[in-house]
Design a protein around this ligand. Structure first.
Ligand code: GLU
Length: 471
C-alpha cells in the first residue's frame, strides 16, 4: 500500500518537533513555530486532530540562564527545563493564538505513565482537550524526571503518545531529511529511503547520528517506529525546514521516510511493553520457551526475583540474561519469592491463599522480541548445515531469502564459527555479497541471535515483511 492510500483516512496526527528545529544558535525560531501552527490550523480545518510533542525546554532554559552544564550534570538541566518549559509554552501559546487556536500543556514522566490508572487518566485528559478544540502540547517533565524514570528522549515520548492515543500518524520533524541507506554524516553519497516496511531489516542503516541540542539520533527514531508499528500507526521522519512539511507529511505527499505498519497489537499489550518495570523475574529455559510460545509463566519456572513490587505491577521477564517479555504480575514480590520454583498445586499450602496458578498470565504479557524459530535437521539441507554448525559463511546467500526476518538460536559450534577471527575478517565480504548487516549478528554467551540478518539481496519489498510472531 502506498503512503497516500495508507494516509487517506488518517484523522489523528501527532507532530514531534526536536530541539534543534526550535532553538537556533542565537534565538528561538519563531517563524518556524508560527508556520507549524498555521499548518496545524489548515489540517484541523480539513477535519484532522493534531497533537504536538515539543522538545526545547532544556536548550531554551540553558540559554536563558546563560549556563553550559557538563555532560552528566543533571540538576542544572532540570533547573533549565523548569525555566525553559514556561518560555517554550509561552511561545507556542502566542503562535497558535495568532492562528485562532488554544494550547494545553501536558508534561509526562515515565513513572506516571507506568501506573495504569494514570495512563488511563492521561487518555481522558487528551480526549477532553481535543473535544474542546485545544491543541495538546506534550513534553517530558524534565524538571522532576531523573535518569531512572525518564523516557529519555522525545522520539520515544512522541511514539508513546501516538500509541496511547491511537493516532494514525506520527510525524517526527528533525534536522535530517529521513532515513538514509548509510550514515549521511560519513557517507556523502548516502541515499534517502522513501519507504520502510520492516524496521528490523533496516536497523543497520541508522548509524549514530545525533543532532546537536536534542537527545535523539536515528536509533531513537527507529525505536519510535517500532512502538508505532505495534500500535498500527504510520510514522514519517522529515526535515523540519522543508516547506509545508507538516501539511505535506500528514496528507501523504512524498516527503522524508514513511514507516508503514501492520495491524498492531492490543492497547493493553502496548502499555505493558512501554511501562517502566517495577521488578524482574529471572526464569529458567523451559519457562522462557513457554513465554515465547505465548503461554503463561508458572511459579515453578521462576529462578530469582529482583526488586519489590505489588500484584498488578509490570515486571520484566529475563531468561539467559535477556529480557524476553514484560507482564502484569499476579503476586507481590514477597509471595512470589515464597512460591518461586514450586508447583502451582503447592501455592495454597505455602501462602495460605491462592490466586492464579500462573505468576503472569499470557494475556497480561507482551513479548519484547521474536520467538526463536528452531531449525531442525528435517528442514532444508542448508538449515541442517546451519544447525549442526557446518554452515560456511558464504552459503548464507543461498538460503537467506527463505529465512528472512526470523530469529534463530544457534548451536555453540555455529556461535564459535561466527565469532572466529577468520569469519570476522570475512564479514565485510559476506555483508557485501548478501546485504547481511554484520552488526545484526550479536553474540551472547551460548547463542547468536540473527534478527533480520537475512534480508534478501536488493531489499525487495516482498521480503521486507513483518513477522507476525512478534506480539
Ligand atoms: N525533553 C527535552 C527538552 O524539552 C528534549 C528531549 C529530546 O531532545 O528528545 O528539552
Amino acid at each position: 500500500m502506498d503512503r497516500r492510500t495508507a494516509l487517506k483516512d488518517a484523522t489523528r496526527v501527532v507532530v514531534k518537533i526536536g530541539s534543534s528545529s526550535i532553538v537556533r544558535p542565537k534565538s528561538i525560531s519563531r517563524d518556524f513555530m508560527d508556520s507549524v501552527a498555521e499548518q496545524v490550523g489548515r489540517l484541523r480545518a480539513e477535519g484532522k486532530e493534531v497533537l504536538v510533542v515539543s522538545s526545547g525546554a532544556i536548550a531554551i532554559g540553558l540559554k536563558a540562564m546563560k549556563v553550559t552544564p557538563k555532560p552528566k550534570e543533571i540538576p542544572i538541566r532540570q533547573a533549565a527545563a523548569s525555566v525553559g518549559q514556561s518560555i517554550l509554552m509561552k511561545e507556542w501559546g502566542d503562535c497558535f493564538s495568532r492562528h485562532g487556536m488554544l494550547v494545553g500543556q501536558v508534561l509526562l514522566t515515565m513513572d506516571d505513565y507506568s501506573v495504569r490508572d494514570q495512563a488511563v487518566s492521561l487518555n481522558n485528559t487528551i480526549e477532553s482537550l481535543l473535544e474542546n478544540n485545544v491543541v495538546p502540547i506534550f513534553n517530558e517533565n524534565d524538571a522532576i524526571s531523573d535518569y531512572e524514570i525518564r523516557f529519555g528522549d522525545n522520539d520515544t515520548l512522541s511514539a508513546i503518545v501516538a500509541s496511547r492515543t491511537d493516532a494514525d500518524l506520527l510525524i517526527i520533524l528533525s534536522d535530517v531529511a529521513g532515513l538514509y541507506d548509510a550514515d549521511p554524516t560519513s557517507h556523502p553519497d548516502a541515499k534517502l529511503v522513501p519507504e520502510v516496511e520492516d524496521i528490523d531489516s533496516i536497523r543497520h542503516m541508522a548509524g549514530k547520528s545525533v543532532s546537536g541540542v536534542g537527545t535523539g539520533g536515528m536509533k531513537t527514531k527507529l525505536d519510535a517506529a517500532e512502538i508505532c508499528r505495534d500500535a498500527g500507526c504510520l510514522m514519517v521522519i522529515a526535515l523540519s525546514s522543508a516547506e509545508d512539511v507538516v501539511y505535506k507529511a500528514a496528507t501523504g505527499e512524498d516527503i522524508g521516510t514513511v514507516f508503514l505498519t501492520s495491524p498492531g497489537i492490543s492497547k493493553k499489550r502496548r502499555w505493558i511493553k512501554s511501562a517502566h518495570p517495577s521488578g524482574t523475574l529471572v526464569v529458567d529455559d523451559g519457562a522462557g520457551r513457554a513465554v515465547l510460545d505465548h503461554r503463561s509463566l508458572l511459579p515453578v519456572g521462576i529462578r530469582e526475583i529482583k526488586g519489590r513490587f505489588d500484584a498488578g505491577d509490570v515486571v520484566e521477564i529475563v531468561c539467559n540474561g535477556e529480557a524476553i517479555a514484560k507482564g502484569i504480575v499476579g503476586y507481590d514480590s514477597s509471595d512470589l519469592a515464597r512460591i518461586a520454583g514450586r508447583r502451582s498445586t503447592e501455592i495454597e499450602g505455602i501462602l495460605g491463599h491462592k490466586g492464579h496458578d500462573d505468576a503472569v498470565l499470557t494475556e497480561n504479557m507482551a513479548l519484547l522480541r521474536r520467538r526463536f524459530h528452531s531449525v531442525t535437521p528435517l528442514g532444508s539441507p542448508s538449515a541442517y548445515l546451519w544447525n549442526t554448525g557446518f554452515l560456511t559463511p558464504l552459503s548464507l546467500w543461498s538460503f537467506q531469502s527463505s529465512y528472512a526476518s526470523k530469529t534463530y538460536r544457534l548451536s555453540r559450534t555455529t556461535t564459535a564459527m561466527f565469532t572466529h577471527p577468520i569469519t570476522a575478517l570475512m564479514m565485510p565480504l559476506i555483508s557485501f555479497i548478501s546485504d547481511t548487516p554484520t552488526s545484526d549478528v550479536t553474540n551472547t554467551s551460548t547463542h547468536v541471535v540473527t534478527r533480520s540478518a537475512f534480508m534478501q539481496r536488493g531489499s525487495s519489498r516482498r521480503n521486507l515483511r513483518l513477522d507476525s510472531a512478534i506480539e
